[in-house]
Design a protein around this ligand. Structure first.
Ligand code: PGA
Length: 238
């Protein structure tokens, strides 16, 4: 595990974007997975500007989204799909060769199957970029998730349901999510875990230094052979 403590959010985002680009150069036909949430916005912007400037070629690469709120479409502001399209996919001058974004407005079990099929056909993941939830979730792999899991439909944890209000207020109230599984994340060639802000310091400390246990899903990354933990000084505070 390589821990990179960055001076601020911009530095974190630039560093992570560079790591993705390095992996893209090594495997131009690879499968790249980015999350939704507040954390990766700067990475999306840095990645788009580098790709559009010709620093990397995504023309034979594939893209897959990490997770989605059940009941929300990619046109709904606050959904992971909306975030993926408006901040990344729609901004790229030239598209990825193949794109799979989970559709939270469709039948969730069909979406689970489609996500598994896409990863099976184009994977394993080359890079999995992840944020971390305040409860230690990765994607929507909540407490107690099987470490071997493939994509699945999940009942959202109370912490996740509390935090989700920041994305779309009371307009939506999803109780379920769809997520790539921990088994798929662990098969990624490279994992990049991002975290910024003092509110993430306690969970980062626990996930990286505490016991590896399904009670704290992100702790599984201690067992991954090629993880970059790219965090700002505040998230590294503990
Ligand atoms: P955030 O969410 O990036 O909005 O903090 C991270 C997560 O819950 O995985």
């Amino acid at each position: 595990m390589q821990k990179i403590v960055c001076k601020d959010y911009n530095h974190m985002s630039e560093t992570a974007a560079q790591l993705v680009l390095d992996a893209l150069r090594d495997k131009p036909d690879g499968l790249f997975s980015f999350p939704g949430g507040d954390t990766p916005l700067g990475l999306f912007q840095a990645f788009v500007s580098k790709v559009n400037a010709g620093e990397a070629d995504i023309s034979i690469a594939s893209y897959v989204s990490l997770d989605e709120w059940v009941g929300m479409a990619a046109t709904d502001e606050g959904s992971c799909g909306h975030f993926n399209y408006t901040n990344l996919l729609d901004k790229l001058a030239k598209p990825f060769a193949r794109v799979h974004v989970i559709d939270g407005s469709a039948d969730p079990y069909d979406q689970r199957d489609l996500l598994n099929a896409f990863i099976e056909a184009n994977g394993p993941l080359t890079v999995s970029v992840l944020g971390i939830g305040l409860n230690g979730h990765l994607g929507f792999n909540e407490e107690g998730t099987d470490f071997e899991s493939a994509a699945h439909v999940v009942e959202l944890a109370p912490t996740t349901r509390r935090v989700m209000k920041k994305y779309f207020g009371d307009k939506f109230d999803p109780k379920l999510g769809i997520t790539q599984g921990l088994g798929q994340i662990m098969q990624a060639q490279t994992v990049i875990l991002l975290a910024n802000g003092a509110h993430k310091a306690a969970i980062i400390k626990e996930a990286l230094n505490g016991p590896v246990t399904p009670a704290l899903p992100a702790s599984i990354l201690q067992n991954h052979p090629n993880v970059y933990v790219v965090i700002d000084q505040e998230a590294a505070g503990e």
